[in-house]
Design a protein around this ligand. Structure first.
Ligand SMILES: O=C(O)CCC(=O)C(=O)O
Length: 277
């Protein structure tokens, strides 16, 4: 039985997402719930790094320890909105929590998380506090999702994380050649930014080091696709992923999840033909 949507996007919002590759949405998330995410996650950060507000500090998949992070990632309103944007059931597969701005250079998530068919991945960035120009907002290039999906190979680069800095330089050149202009995710606590898989984005510098920038990103694939990592695929061999979907209820066990890679892929990894992060 299909449940009625708990959150309805307007036609204008859907059209704007398709045009810009990004949509700012207020899901009316409860501020006290958002505070509880920050409070419960904070002890998991490295205390020294947190005190220094070290750039790059993050927690991946803390939803396994802090159920509130899972609850946010699987919030019915967010899932409903994503379903309306893409027309398939969204499947959350990764959370990232940040206490400070990432200053991450511009990239497209398709290098890490691609799908067959293309375009079935979205990121949702939820502000756990107010974000402005001084505490490291998201930076993004509206319309860039319409560019082709660049892999290491079609940028003339070798695959593998060690070549990622070259990828970042190539993306900077693309921004210049296409004369792309940035916008910033200056949003209020509780608002969310939904980005398209191929939108160029990153983290703007965190200028005010006395402040935090608590946020949670969840990456979603969609039902009925194959999933792979272009950065680590090569010679025509795709490094397929076997994602663990975040459960929609707190009553779950993770013990019977499938191995991340098939036997064939594990052999290719062992031979160095495919690479892992
Ligand atoms: O939060 C940020 O500053 C950037 C996050 C990002 O680029 C990502 O999660 O892909």
């Amino acid at each position: 039985m299909t449940m009625p949507a708990t959150f309805k996007l307007s036609k204008d919002q859907i059209a704007s997402f398709s045009e810009k590759g990004l949509l700012r949405v207020n899901f009316n998330l409860n501020p006290a719930f958002l505070d509880s995410i920050v409070e419960k996650i904070t002890p998991y950060y490295d205390a020294e790094q947190l005190q220094q507000r070290a750039p790059g500090i993050r927690l991946q998949d803390i939803w396994k320890q802090v159920d509130e992070a899972r609850q946010l990632a699987t919030d019915r309103r967010i899932l409903d909105a994503l379903q309306q944007l893409i027309g398939r059931k969204p499947l959350p597969f990764q959370t990232l929590n940040f206490p400070v701005g990432t200053a991450q250079l511009t990239h497209s998530d398709t290098l890490h998380f691609s799908s067959i068919p293309k375009g079935y991945m979205l990121g949702v960035w939820v502000a756990l506090e107010d974000i402005d120009a001084d505490n490291g907002p998201l930076i993004y290039y509206p319309g860039s999702h319409k560019l082709k999906e660049y892999s290491m190979q079609n940028l003339g680069l070798k695959s593998g994380r060690e070549n990622y800095p070259e990828y970042e330089k190539a993306i900077q050149r693309l921004i210049e050649v296409n004369n792309l202009k940035p916008e910033y995710g200056i949003i209020k606590k509780g608002e969310a930014l939904i980005w398209h898989a191929n939108l160029l984005h990153g983290g703007a510098p965190h200028k005010d080091r006395n402040r935090s920038r608590y946020s949670q990103v969840t990456h979603y694939y969609f039902e009925g696709c194959k999933y792979y990592t272009p950065m680590n695929s090569r010679f025509g061999f795709k490094l397929y992923r076997n994602p663990v979907w975040l459960p929609e209820s707190a009553d779950y066990e993770l013990t019977d999840s499938l191995p991340a890679y098939s036997l064939f892929q594990r052999i290719l990894l062992r031979l160095g033909i495919l690479k892992d992060d």
